[in-house]
Design a protein around this ligand. Structure first.
Ligand code: BGC
Length: 250
């Protein structure tokens, strides 16, 4: 540890394999202490996650600063209402209340892609970009964040557009590329169909592509045949933590 950061909000990124957190300096978007990672519980119900979170947050010392936590589902006023790739027990859970109680701190829960969008528009690839920016995360599912002149319109869920009779993420997420062992060319073809559909519906000014695979953006972005500018996310695997901390303080 690099010392306590008692006044800084903590951002926590809840993922399928790990839960990562750090206090974030919102003037710079940098972590103020070394990031802590704990294993996601095998059955990641809200209660099991709350226990692990208490252990993680305890490592940063005493503080009353707020905490932001990402969840890979729809979150309205702290209540989770979808669970495409997580335990169904999340549906209907007032996660703000559960985690605020478990951690004894003010906690605000936010959709994972929305957090990444906030981070990218504040510190990363969409910084200073006006108009409509759509960030998509390509991972187990497809997450999306809609930002207009820097303001987030939450819970856009564009990964679940129905395209050619399929839930879009089941064809175009990075997990589909992996499980079907698609070449980059084949996957790029599916991504073109996906982004063209989003283009037709929203006419965005910029697409930002996040998720772990975005570090290999040069292998697939040049293969896409779309009209809108499309760039990789810049904050990489810090986007969730930084975005959650931003969300906690707004
Ligand atoms: C969920 C979204 C989430 C995305 C990325 C989708 O299946 O519905 O809420 O943002 O996966 O995790």
């Amino acid at each position: 540890m690099t010392g306590d950061s008692p006044d800084l909000p903590i951002g926590i990124d809840f993922g399928g394999t790990g839960i990562k957190g750090a206090p974030v300096d919102l003037a710079t978007g940098e972590f103020a202490q070394e990031r802590v990672r704990v294993k996601t519980p095998d059955r990641s119900t809200p209660e099991n996650v709350a226990e692990v979170l208490a252990e993680l947050v305890g490592q940063f010392g005493e503080s009353s600063a707020p905490i932001g936590i990402t969840v890979p589902g729809v979150v309205r006023h702290g209540v989770v209402s979808s669970a495409a790739n997580i335990d169904p027990a999340w549906i209907g859970t007032d996660a703000d209340r559960l985690f605020t109680r478990a951690l004894g701190r003010d906690v605000h829960v936010v959709n994972d892609a929305d957090a990444a969008g906030l981070a990218e528009v504040t510190f990363g690839a969409a910084k200073g970009r006006g108009g409509l920016v759509i960030l998509t995360t390509l991972g187990t599912g497809i997450g999306s964040a809609l930002l207009y002149d820097g303001v987030l319109v939450p819970n856009s869920e564009l990964g679940h557009l129905e395209i050619d009779g399929h839930d879009a993420e089941s064809r175009a997420a990075n997990s589909a590329r992996e499980s079907e062992e698609l070449s980059m060319e084949k996957w790029a073809h599916r991504l073109t169909t996906y982004y063209r559909t989003v283009e037709r519906l929203f006419s965005p000014d910029l697409f930002v592509v996040g998720g772990g695979i975005s570090k290999r953006a040069d292998e697939f972005l040049p293969l896409l045949d779309i009209d809108t500018e499309i760039v990789p996310a810049q904050l990489r695997n810090q986007a969730g933590v930084v975005g959650a901390a931003l969300y906690a303080t707004t």
